[in-house]
Design a protein around this ligand. Sequence first.
Ligand code: ZN
Ligand code: ZN
Length: 321
Amino acid sequence: MKLVSRSEWGAAAPTGSYTRISSTRGVKIHYEGSAVPGGLRGDHGRCAGHVRDIQRSHLNNRSEGWLDIAYSFVVCPHGYVFEGRGLNRKNGANGNSALNSVHYAVCAMVGTEGITSPTDAMLDGLVDAIEYCQAQGGAGGEVRGHRDGYATSCPGDELYDWVQRGAPRPGGGGGGGTPDPQPSGDGAGVYTVQSGDTLSAIAGRFETGVAQVAALNGIANPDLIQVGQQLQIPAPPFPGREHFVLGAHSPYAKQLQTWLQAGDWGPPYRVGPSEDMEQLDLRKVQALQEYYVGDLGPADGLTGPLTWLYAFQAAHGLRGR
Ligand SMILES: [Zn+2]
Ligand SMILES: [Zn+2]
């Protein structure tokens, strides 16, 4: 991480004392909203001055009465992470005192004029800042936008979409969101062949194809499976986090909900699974995550690859409960 400390960017001293916080649920992403000078893009030498400008404007904001720059960190187009209030201090940017206590505030130098889109380096810097808050500042796994839980357009549609996709690094690789690692090795559940089973019946029961099961288990002739043989059962491929956020609509939502219902997670459905992700569906996801919390990280109701896998396995008796 390319961290720029307060003394390195020439921060003015705060005008009061900070409220100490030992932990948060995670991080909220912001943008500046106003115009961000386009000239910064090609000249990192100007970025520190821009952070000083932000601090000055916050200190001069009488109605807010800020004691310092409001953000915990600010990330420039070149991926440098400028220390704002920093770790373990309540920020002033999330909208009210309660919101400021439960998430850190990380701001991208993006606005409505000049620099209006995040650069790849900036997205990397945002993930660096998120991971830094998690590793050293007691932040939990939640990554949200300022607009979550507060009436604002911040952090703009483009950054908010990125947050909704789990705040991924631009080149792929680890996201900054809720830890949801790809399963290593044990991604497939194990099924023991029973008397009367055929490979096609087994594949059908587990929502996959004969070819997939045969390939995963090195079976050359599907007719030659034996009672007592242990078969690795693959989960359907994870279709992407965007299908499972509140308000999403797709056949994948219904597939997930069918598993949640079969696994009897959370409050029951009145009608049944649907293609819409509603509050109740997120509560059911949360119930599954709370049960497997050691593996799945914070129970935030959002579905990533591992939550998808566990929901599938629990619904099909492939994972203990
Ligand atoms: Zn904001
Ligand atoms: Zn810069």
